[in-house]
Design a protein around this ligand. Structure first.
Ligand SMILES: NC(=O)c1ccc[n+]([C@@H]2O[C@H](COP(=O)([O-])OP(=O)(O)OC[C@H]3O[C@@H](n4cnc5c(N)ncnc54)[C@H](OP(=O)(O)O)[C@@H]3O)[C@@H](O)[C@H]2O)c1
Length: 301
């Protein structure tokens, strides 16, 4: 009788462009690995053999439909690795999700929060959850206090409001990672949780929806100020999508792991470092508050 090779199941968002496209190539090249990617659009680009299930993170109903379809297709199989890498950066707080939430918060945080809540019961024991965050969560543009309602329905407009939405959403990713890790179910089942920061990465399409003026300004900053800063602060040195993707794959596959007790893997000049996230990200009250309020927002009690 033929032996059936057990398959590793990887489910991933944000695999159709940027660093995620490089990561998924590497992940899909592993032997006996089944990869299911959530992607929007009629003809998403994924490597051969990778399965696509429709997903638009700007709709909570879309996330629910995705989770239903993935679990239906998996049947009794479990997800070994869940990689939540999709992200958007619009530099505006004008956009709204299908459910009326500020778009950056909705796509980067709420949709992934709901996906975790729906797919966690289907994660294998000793499985791995990787959430892509950003070191901008700990930058001067990041919030100093957590106000989930303000992030979901912004009232404070004015200069910089749009720019601040992105680091705030990435702070939410880390707060969520800590909350997941604190769950009894996660501890009991030995599930690993990692928040991954690719660091400043060129050659991706993040920020593609920004205005032309902003794109020009960012290019100018990269070519001038960031180059000078990079001489003194290595985190300002821009990496490539290839390297960031390779490292996301290595982290997802368990080949790179933070030391015990840590959850944050942060690339500096393309190499993994394991610093502590911001103090706010490590604050238990903020983690609990975001978890509770997000549950209400997505309709889970
Ligand atoms: N680039 C950087 O400097 C940098 C630094 C720190 C952290 N990050 C984080 O790294 C991750 C990947 O970013 P990237 O730079 O590679 O950006 P990217 O090239 O724009 O890729 C973003 C990915 O997210 C997907 N996505 C965005 N909105 C979506 C939606 N509504 N529904 C479904 N999928 C959606 C995109 O799908 P489509 O192909 O359909 O657009 C794409 O696959 C993000 O979480 C980002 O925040 C990036």
């Amino acid at each position: 009788m033929d032996q059936v090779t057990p398959q590793h199941v990887v489910v991933m968002t944000g695999a159709t462009a940027g660093l995620g496209a490089h990561a998924v190539q590497r992940i899909a090249a592993q032997p006996s690995t089944r990869v299911i990617v959530g992607a929007r659009g009629s003809n998403p680009s994924v490597p051969r053999g990778v399965e696509v299930v429709p997903l638009d993170l700007s709709s909570l109903a879309g996330v629910r439909a995705f989770a239903d379809e993935v679990t239906r297709q998996l049947g009794d199989a479990r997800i070994d690795i869940l990689v939540l890498n999709a992200g958007t950066q619009t530099a505006s707080i004008e956009g709204r999700s299908a459910d009326g939430f500020e778009l950056t918060f909705a796509v980067n945080h709420l949709a992934h929060y709901l996906m975790i809540r729906l797919l966690l019961p289907h994660l294998a024991d000793h499985g791995r959850l990787v959430i892509t965050t950003s070191d901008t969560h700990d930058s001067p543009m990041a919030p100093k206090t957590l106000e989930p309602q303000e992030l979901a329905h912004p009232t404070k407009t004015g200069f910089g409001a749009g720019i601040r939405a992105y680091p705030a959403s990435k702070l939410c990713n880390i707060l969520t990672a800590y909350s997941v890790l604190a769950l009894d179910e996660v501890k009991a089942r030995g599930i690993e949780v990692i928040a991954f920061n690719p660091g400043l990465t060129g050659g991706t399409s993040l920020g593609r929806d920004a205005s032309r003026a902003r794109k020009f300004f960012v290019r100018l900053l990269m070519g001038t100020l960031f180059r000078v800063l990079g001489l003194f602060r290595p985190q300002f040195v821009r990496g490539t999508a290839e390297r960031s993707g390779e490292m996301l794959a290595e982290v997802s596959l368990g080949n790179i792991a933070p030391p015990p007790g840590k959850i944050y893997v942060s690339l500096v000049k393309g190499e993994a470092t394991f610093p502590d996230p911001s103090e706010l990200a490590r604050t238990r009250d903020a983690q609990d508050q975001l978890w509770r309020e997000s549950a209400v927002m997505v309709g889970i009690q």
